[in-house]
Design a protein around this ligand. Sequence first.
Ligand code: ATP
Ligand code: MG
Length: 263
Amino acid sequence: MRIIAVANQKGGVGKTTTAINLGAGLAALGSRVLLIDLDPQGNASTGLGIEPEDRELTTYDLLLEGRDLADVVRNTDVNNLDIAPASSDLSSVDIELVKIEHRTRLLRNALKKASDDGSSYDFVLIDCPPSLSLLTVNAMIAANSVLVPLQSEFFALEGLSQLMLTVRQVRQSANTDLRIEGVVMTMFDGRNRLAQQVEQDARDTLGELVFRTVVPRNVRISEAPSYAQSVLDYDPNSKGSLAYRALAREILERARPETAEQN
Ligand SMILES: Nc1ncnc2c1ncn2[C@@H]1O[C@H](COP(=O)(O)OP(=O)(O)OP(=O)(O)O)[C@@H](O)[C@H]1O
Ligand SMILES: [Mg+2]
């Protein structure tokens, strides 16, 4: 089971879009995928057709009420893709958790228990909220790696150093094996010179960490959630669909047996 936290504290950079469509892309290639919605906004849940009034048990119950993952998980219309939905209750987690010991390890413990109980997914993708709050830290401590969507715009790289610092801190304390899965450029407009410059800067600075696959700005990607579909189902031949399929392939290629090397 490979657990990937999709994180960037900057809002609206394509975390949820990437979690949904990469999840669908991996599922289409035959992997069993679980998407964990760890954002009180619940966008991933809505985007995959789980309406707010229809969310009985959520990741709040998983983290704070001791419910089993199996009780929280729901099927989606996408074959091989399940979801643990979120609700707005999650927004109080930062306050409620102040008192709880092990508050940064709640997700890790819940996933460990699920895997001991026989839950088997090839990939678990965690959609994080736009902050470096306890929820994101829980995701990073539970994960094997962090996947960072980066929007091709001017301040994109500045936020990245803070994110990388948090990753380093988590690695030094609670999760020594945490890796950077990679950085994926999102909403890329190839005609825009600034976007080209940001991509070049990212590749110069981060090298191999930047995925070859670049996700273009594509209206089909933004339309798909309102039909409760991934872009792969909504418009299979769109540029957005092809990009997320390519990203899924790239991640599978990289998923070779892990060695001690570390970026
Ligand atoms: N490649 C793309 N082309 C066009 N629109 C996109 C693309 N990726 C994302 N969007 C749109 O941009 C908006 C923000 O995307 P998304 O919700 O995935 O970002 P996010 O990082 O999860 O946001 P938040 O920080 O609020 O959780 C959404 O309206 C989404 O549909
Ligand atoms: Mg989101």
